[in-house]
Design a protein around this ligand. Sequence first.
Ligand code: NDP
Ligand code: X2W
Length: 341
Amino acid sequence: MSIVGVSGFAGSELARLVAEHASLSLVGVVADRWKGSKLGEHVRVPASVAKLSVAPMSEAVNVARQGEVALLATPAEVSARLAPELLAHGVRVVDLSGAFRLEDPAAYPRWYGFDHPAPELLAEAHYGLPEVASASTRAGGARDARLVANPGCYATAAILALAPLVEAGAIDPGSMYVDGKSGVSGAGRKVEERLLFMEVDENLSAYRVGNHQHTPEIEQALSRAGRVRASVTFVPHLLPVRRGLLVTAFARLSGKVPHAEVEALFRRAYAPADLVEVRAPEDVTLAQVAYTPYARLGVRADAERGSVVVTSALDNLLKGAASQALQNLCAMIGAPPLSSH
Ligand SMILES: NC(=O)C1=CN([C@@H]2O[C@H](COP(=O)(O)OP(=O)(O)OC[C@H]3O[C@@H](n4cnc5c(N)ncnc54)[C@H](OP(=O)(O)O)[C@@H]3O)[C@@H](O)[C@H]2O)C=CC1
Ligand SMILES: CC(=O)N[C@@H](CCC(=O)OP(=O)(O)O)C(=O)O
């Protein structure tokens, strides 16, 4: 395996997870910021890979060709250009960015700010949310996929929260609401005024209201899962913590599923999922999921108001990025799944 973008927050988590997985071997790491230095100088990894030399971005294709799969932890526009080159060299790709999550090429200028350079790959990419197979159009799942689009962090939490409800026809899919709150590591290592300590500490603010790139991703996944046209209003907020995100989703019950049976939908849907826990909504907290690969969900239906509320929490860098990428990678190559410790 190789990791491109290893100097980023998600890339560093990936390096640790790949290095610690007994069935995976890390053969190359790439990032300009750390080029020429050893991986172990920056990330706490086992001695076997600590001596790996970090290659510059200009060497990304050559380095990635040494491994069977490349993990891209790069900005969407970078991944969109790099993935086709890697695929052309026979290297399979798990991409952590949004570059291959949306099936409609016309959505890219609107939500990501660039024209997609490889629109033909959008239909092929597998949307890799392992616990919600219906969110992808690919019948075979990640196994045998050449290209896996790893879901966004808020999108993972929101889709886990709403998929069992739309799949069962339990809610009105035309009006779902999602309030999301994320720790600052969600924004990556970049320098930005809104991410300064003085802006974030002891503060809470909404951002990109009506304009967040995970809106079409959530709608696409729920439309597929429910075979309906899903419409989601999503508002993200920046929380003054390092790790973790929590979304609260609200929807109107359709009456098709009695309110007393709504929680059972979740328990059934996620019974086979080792990494998704269903608890009371009040027990869904950042502290329970931060630094773990778990997502935790809580649901409560309100018969009097005809509504349902779902809380959903995960670590944005793990289930929201790197550990989910590992789940996908293991499924692609038939390696044992990520240990759920
Ligand atoms: N942070 C999170 O919680 C999540 C992130 N993601 C996605 O994962 C990917 C990586 O995110 P994250 O680790 O947070 O990001 P960071 O900003 O922390 O890291 C970005 C990485 O990409 C590299 N890079 C290569 N080319 C460029 C370029 N042109 N501009 C900027 N960086 C470049 C950087 O290398 P260098 O600085 O050495 O040049 C760095 O290694 C992104 O697509 C992000 O959207 C997805 C889910 C959650
Ligand atoms: C706090 C914060 O800024 N979070 C990021 C989430 C990053 C993510 O999951 O991003 P991609 O879809 O770009 O891969 C954001 O809201 O854009």
